[in-house]
Design a protein around this ligand. Sequence first.
Ligand code: HEM
Length: 402
Amino acid sequence: MTAPTVLGDVDIEGVDFALEDHPDIHVVLEKLRDAGSHAIVPFAGVKAILLLTNDLVSAAFKDEDVFPASAVYQMTTGPVLGKTLQCMAGDEHRKNRALVSPSFQRKRVTEMVTPLLEPLAHEIIDRFAAHGSVDLVAEFTTRYPVLLISRLMGLPVQDEATVHRWAHDLFYFPFDPEAAMRASQDFTDFVTPIIAERRRNPGDDLISVLVTEDIEGETLDDEEVLSFLRLLFPAGADTTMLALGNTLSALLTHPDQMELLRSDLDEHAIWAVWEGLRWEPPVGLLPRACPEATSWNGIDIPALTPMVFSINAANRDPAVYPDPHEFDITRRKQAMLSFGRGPHSCAGNWLALAELETALKALLERLPGLRLRDRDDTDATITSQVGVALRGPNALNVEWDL
Ligand code: HEM
């Protein structure tokens, strides 16, 4: 086989899959997928291959040899967050992943984290429950996951506002790289002495677990602990913030589903979370790269081709999900691809699910009759956030019965 050297013509004009949001992204993706399981699309002024079916996206995630995560993350998040799990491969990745994972296993989450979640959700709701209306994005979804990460790390409560600012600046890295670099450095300066203290005097918080974890003599050094902690803001907090916003947006714009959920929260909440993650995954279009020329699943891919794994198209693939555009909390399917797959799949999925279910229940219990103040409020529509990969609502202006 001769290695392919150039990609063919693009299959769509007028949408850039790196830079611009398309208001009807799901319509665009469906049209492309009807024509084939992948498409060649404009991407930051060059061409990329967009993978569109559940099968292809899933296979691509698992194929770390052909599409190594590090090829992209070293360039994008590496300069700000350092050498995180996402920048690692092979043995280094296996060692680091094994050492950080125990804290996020299902059993550990249920035992250690769940008791923190409900009081935290109620603490935040207490600030606005008496007001009768609020923007849930500004007052709840952006606060809850960051505060949880901060408390898991065992950081001083009086520093939470500062931690929140750092998390915000890291999120907006593409718009303001200087602020993000400063936030990364300030966080490092702040947490380094805490790491040293926990090495001397461990407690039961996440940092203590990370510095004391020892698997057959393998341990994490300070930089490995630091890069993991930095990663938790974009990987753990921002994703959960957007996921919660998306599920709330879906429920608020589908009152019949909201009603059904409210009729039996214990029965439906976790399935509403799964359906929200399927219907509008916060990581919708994930960029990767193919460093070497190859022929993969019948697709000829030249060296250094940018790839886009369309989780949001895979999650609406009619071969897996009948009536895929319907938001239906009785579907009862776990759209695991929303958490990626393969060696770099989400290390925090159990935590994310627990966070989302707890938040949803707390909000609906405390805010009776929760609804959008204006049914036609376009701010509640899900749109791209900081580039096209991430998606969520800009605001959720809601009211409830007092
Ligand atoms: C609904 C919320 C979440 C979603 C949708 C989500 C989604 C994802 C996805 C798609 C990936 C794979 C990225 C890739 O292959 O390039 C990933 C990786 C990761 N996630 Fe999550 N995530 C969520 C919450 C969390 C939470 C709460 C944590 C931890 C506190 C977390 C920690 C991580 C880490 C550490 C990785 C990197 C794993 C590695 O490279 O080995 N995530 N996540």
